[in-house]
Design a protein around this ligand. Structure first.
Ligand code: KIV
Length: 271
């Protein structure tokens, strides 16, 4: 039996225990009440209200346009549904980078207005002051290194990060720093598996990977990708657990057919 199958609420403390016991942590995104009910009900450890909502829910090309108000809106629905998992909310681009006071203000708005349990920020040393200030208010912080989509215009591509020694060394130093200043966990996105393994062995906080191989403490995917709702996204790291695009398209087509042919509603479906 897993350490947490009987717990009322997954906490940052429980995640730390899971790392120590070698029990893998499961994490998926959700952006609304209905999806979060399914994901939490299935027993996920962490729901991330990711700023990938910018792509998945709003149809933007990048994560940059989503606003703090919009993230809070998404998080509110998720928090209402999440009875057992820890809910982590992404701080959107522009809400924490420049000024630690503004970062704290943004984090407090997320916690107060959505009821989320923790926030996630992208970056290392360059956002140290913001993280320290948020932590000083008692808000748990999850870090995010490797491919950080809010910096897409700096990187230029969504290719694997930290393949070169200099970038890999900076990533290791940033991971150590995030642990030292008090982050409770770290997401590593799209980096070589060997590097992710090294980070997970070097730091004591849970390391959760997406495209970072198997030798980390947990895995995260975007729920619409793993359910096959998005059909045009095929990175190597993605495993599809369903083909909901086909199932939903067939259901809608059948409904249209039944309406047009006067088959729906039938006598039993009327008052
Ligand atoms: O926004 C998001 O969905 C994320 C995950 C990819 C980790 O940050």
């Amino acid at each position: 039996m897993s350490i947490h199958s009987e717990v009322k609420r997954v906490t940052t403390h429980i995640l730390q225990e899971m790392k120590q016991r070698g029990e893998k942590i499961s994490m998926l995104t959700s952006y609304d009440y209905s999806m979060a009910q399914i994901v939490d009900g299935a027993g996920i450890d962490i729901i991330l209200v990711g700023d990938s909502a910018s792509n998945v829910m709003a149809g933007h090309e990048t994560t940059l346009p989503i606003t703090l108000d919009q993230m809070i809106y998404h998080a509110c629905g998720v928090v209402k549904a999440a009875k057992r998992c820890l809910v982590v909310v992404d701080m959107p681009f522009g809400s924490y980078q420049g000024n630690s006071k503004e970062a704290l203000h943004s984090a407090i708005r997320i916690m107060k207005e959505s009821g989320g349990h923790a926030v996630k920020l992208e970056g290392g040393a360059e956002i140290k002051e913001s993280i320290i200030r948020i932590l000083s208010a008692g808000v748990p912080v999850m870090g995010h290194l490797g491919l950080t989509p809010q910096s897409i215009y700096k990187f230029g591509t969504y290719n694997v990060r930290a393949k070169e020694e200099a970038e890999a060394n900076k990533l290791i130093e940033d991971a150590k720093l995030l642990e030292e200043i008090g982050c409770f966990a770290l997401v590593l996105e799209k980096i070589p598996s060997e590097l992710a393994k090294k980070v997970a062995e070097t730091i004591n906080i849970p390391v959760i990977g997406i495209g970072a191989g198997a030798d980390v403490d947990g895995q995260v995917l975007v729920v619409h990708d793993m359910l096959g709702i998005n059909k045009d996204f095929h990175p190597r790291f993605l495993r599809r657990y369903a083909d909901l695009h086909t199932i939903m398209t067939d259901a809608v087509s059948n409904y249209i057919k039944d309406v047009k042919s006067l088959d729906f509603p039938n006598s039993k479906e009327c008052y």
